[in-house]
Design a protein around this ligand. Structure first.
Ligand SMILES: *Cc1c(COP(=O)(O)O)cnc(C)c1O
Length: 434
């Protein structure tokens, strides 16, 4: 059954025509422009629960979930009320508030490796600050990241691997001098040998990793990968930094480190922890965090850091999760159900592909049978994905508009909308295979 939903999107198209005149690509973050799937991006009018209502009047079952920042659902009453109360009491001060302390305490109690935390405004800021701290703590210059992992848009992270495993990362964006990425080394996800090689000269301050890769689909770590990184770092004296901006409070209440039992030295958080508002954090042992200004010499600051509206939304979200930890088992079984169902349809219709899930994160890889690292994922069939994406949107399901993005579950998906979405996605796969 193919509905007329979202087929034209005329109101969105009108806004997009105005948008492209005044914002690059018409957007404030590139993937929103739908360049890899084609067509006009829908404009949101409102959200409720699992549904995003567009300015065209369509109600879409939403798996973008603000790129993972929403875990309960759109406009959840608990969070809305907290934000309203905070806004009424003043939207920003230049002094500390009690809510900042409460949020910091809650994060320290929930994330195994965090004893002290600093609140910031974006995931980009959190990872960049964590790496600055790691460099200061070790007195070493180099950083190892993994091909296909995303840590925000700070200069040092915008590198691509050169031929083989390049010792020096080559900038992947103009505007970044090669000297800025000269200390960024690129290893292969799920490949410990590639890391050992890059650690050998003793110049590495930090190994930064998404413990579940979520910016090249959803790729779980192989069982020995995270423990192996821990011991390689211990041997070499490099700090292990988990970028849990996406996985924090999403793959388990204690994040990936809680789930897999591996403790990083430093952790970056964002997305879920701010309940859909612009907030993030980084933290680690008290010993390391006391190196941050004004306790220590490592400078890092923010005019709006710890903002009352952000802390209110974060506290409401994290308190709800802490009080309802069963949500993670429900995500797990929902993810498993989605994987089974979609894989069954893939083989029924004869499309090559594989589905992965970890907690409230999922990935559908069309065109490849194995997804362990960037080498695998770079074989994705983008054209096939574009057609599937359009067929899903026509049936009222909003997927992230790129084959390299993870899909996100929200609590409000679990009763009802998810079953409806699976039926629509199954139909969309059948249409894609025709
Ligand atoms: C989203 C994301 C970031 C960047 O966070 P922003 O708030 O967009 O700056 C960093 N790391 C990971 C793993 C992310 O998913």
């Amino acid at each position: 059954m193919r509905s007329e939903l979202a087929v034209k999107r005329e109101a969105s198209a009108t806004w997009q025509r105005r948008a492209i005149e005044v914002m690059p690509g018409g957007v404030n973050s590139p993937v929103r422009a739908f360049r890899s799937v084609g067509g006009n991006p829908p404009f949101a009018e409102s959200g409720r629960g699992a549904y995003l209502k567009t300015v065209d009047g369509d109600d879409l079952i939403d798996f973008v979930a603000s790129w993972g920042a929403l875990i309960l659902g759109h406009a959840r009453p608990e969070v809305v009320e907290a934000i309203e109360n905070a806004a009424r009491s003043g939207s920003s001060f230049g002094v500390s508030t009690a809510a900042e302390v409460e949020l910091a305490e809650l994060i320290c109690s929930l994330v195994p490796s965090i004893e002290m935390v600093r609140l910031v405004n974006s995931g980009t800021e959190a990872t960049a600050s964590a790496v600055r701290l790691a460099r200061a703590a070790t007195g070493r210059p180099a950083v190892i990241k993994f091909e296909g992992c995303y840590h925000g848009h700070a200069d040092a992270f915008l590198v691509r691997a050169g031929s083989g495993l390049a010792t020096f990362g080559e900038p992947s964006s103009p505007g970044i001098p090669a000297s800025t990425t000269a200390h960024t080394r690129v290893a292969r996800f799920n490949d410990l040998d590639s890391v050992a090689e890059l650690l050998a000269d003793g110049q590495v301050a930090a190994v930064i990793v998404e413990p579940v890769a979520g910016n090249m689909g959803c790729i779980p770590p192989l069982p020995d990968f995270l423990p192996g990184l821990r011991s390689l770092c211990d041997t070499s004296g490099a700090l292990l930094v988990f970028d849990e901006v996406m996985t924090g409070f999403r793959v388990a209440l204690g994040g990936a480190q809680g789930r897999f039992g591996v403790r990083p030295d430093l952790t970056a958080l964002g997305k879920v922890m701010a309940g859909g508002t612009p907030g993030a954090a980084y933290g680690g042992s008290s010993e390391l965090m006391r190196m941050i200004s004004p306790d220590g010499p490592v400078y890092q600051a923010g005019t709006l850091a710890g903002n009352p509206i952000v802390t209110a939304a974060g506290l409401a979200t994290l308190r709800y999760l802490a009080e309802h930890p069963g949500i993670y088992e429900r995500f797990e079984s929902a993810g498993a159900e989605c994987s089974l169902r979609l894989e069954a349809v893939l083989s029924e219709v004869g499309l090559p592909g594989t589905v992965s899930h970890v907690g409230g994160m999922m990935g559908l890889f069309l065109g490849i049978e194995d997804a362990r690292n960037w080498d695998d994922v770079s074989g994705l069939d983008q054209d096939l994905f574009g057609r599937f994406f359009g067929a899903a949107l026509d049936r009222g399901v909003m997927l992230p508009p790129s084959p390299f993005e993870a899909w996100f579950l929200m609590e409000d998906h679990l009763d009802g909308p998810l079953a409806a979405a699976l039926d629509a996605l199954a139909d969309a796969l059948r249409e894609t295979a025709e």
